[in-house]
Write a protein that binds this ligand. Structure first.
Ligand SMILES: [Fe+2]
Length: 247
């Protein structure tokens, strides 16, 4: 294969322009859904239901038990999406002062979700977009891609913090944050700041498939704490995070 299929080259043109201009883009669910279905996505319900079976995050330096997750790494190029052997997730303390500085082992993403047509479509659309936005001379032969499934839970007694480390960069090149589901959730606003920490954007991932795309070299991101809308019922926010880094 010489490169991405032509229909993928056109994926998310507005998001591409916004990423170049501003360093981030909020992509509405209908727009992303169209791009994903062009790339072969299917069975969103089965994909989303997998968030009901994540593993407790054992590495929360704030002692919180509100985050569960699964993790997988891939090598990705125009014609290949290949899973790498299960490995720890590592962020230096430069990027994550709260939970960084150690190799963290998380439950692996299931084989079914790693190979799911929706996962594959999301990875391929991001690959096309991020590769196109990367100057020719810096384009890697393959990207190191990390995939995180996160659930952040909240109750009347305890808020849930989607980004307990606060405003941050992930220490990669490009980031996708895709909302899978919000159940009984208030707040959870995504904030974007420039390199100096000045606020440059804020929006809420509200509908399933709403997404944030981030140029991680240019801007910081964070999400405000979540609370239950109805304090008598459980509340949670499910997201998929994909990071792309030069190999
Ligand atoms: Fe992040």
């Amino acid at each position: 294969m010489d490169g991405p299929a032509p229909e993928l080259t056109q994926a998310l043109p507005l998001a591409g322009r916004e990423l170049l201009a501003d360093g981030y883009s909020f992509v509405h669910a209908e727009v992303l859904q169209r791009a994903l279905s062009d790339a072969g996505a299917a069975d969103w319900e089965g994909f989303a239901a997998s968030w009901d079976a994540l593993g407790q995050d054992q590495y929360m330096a704030d002692g919180g038990r509100y985050r569960s997750r699964r993790f997988a790494a891939f090598t990705v190029s125009a014609d290949t999406v290949a899973r790498k052997p299960h490995q720890p997730h590592y962020q230096s303390r430069d990027y994550n002062r709260l939970n960084g500085g150690i190799a963290r082992w998380f439950e692996p993403v299931t084989d079914a979700i790693a190979a799911h047509p929706t996962t594959n479509a999301i990875v391929r659309v991001c690959n096309t977009l991020f590769t196109r936005l990367t100057p020719q001379e810096r384009r890697p032969r393959a990207w190191h891609v990390e995939l995180h499934q996160f659930r952040i839970a909240a109750s009347a007694a305890a808020e849930g913090r989607p980004t307990p480390e606060g405003m941050h960069r992930d220490g990669v090149d490009w980031v996708l944050v895709l909302l899978v589901r919000r159940e009984n959730v208030a707040s959870g606003v995504t904030l974007i700041a420039d390199g100096a920490g000045a606020r440059v954007g804020s929006f809420t991932l509200a509908a399933p498939m709403d997404a944030a795309l981030v140029d991680d070299r240019r801007v910081q991101h964070g999400v405000t704490a979540i609370h239950p809308l109805d304090p008598s019922r459980p509340a949670w926010r499910d997201v998929l995070v994909l990071t792309f880094r030069y190999e």
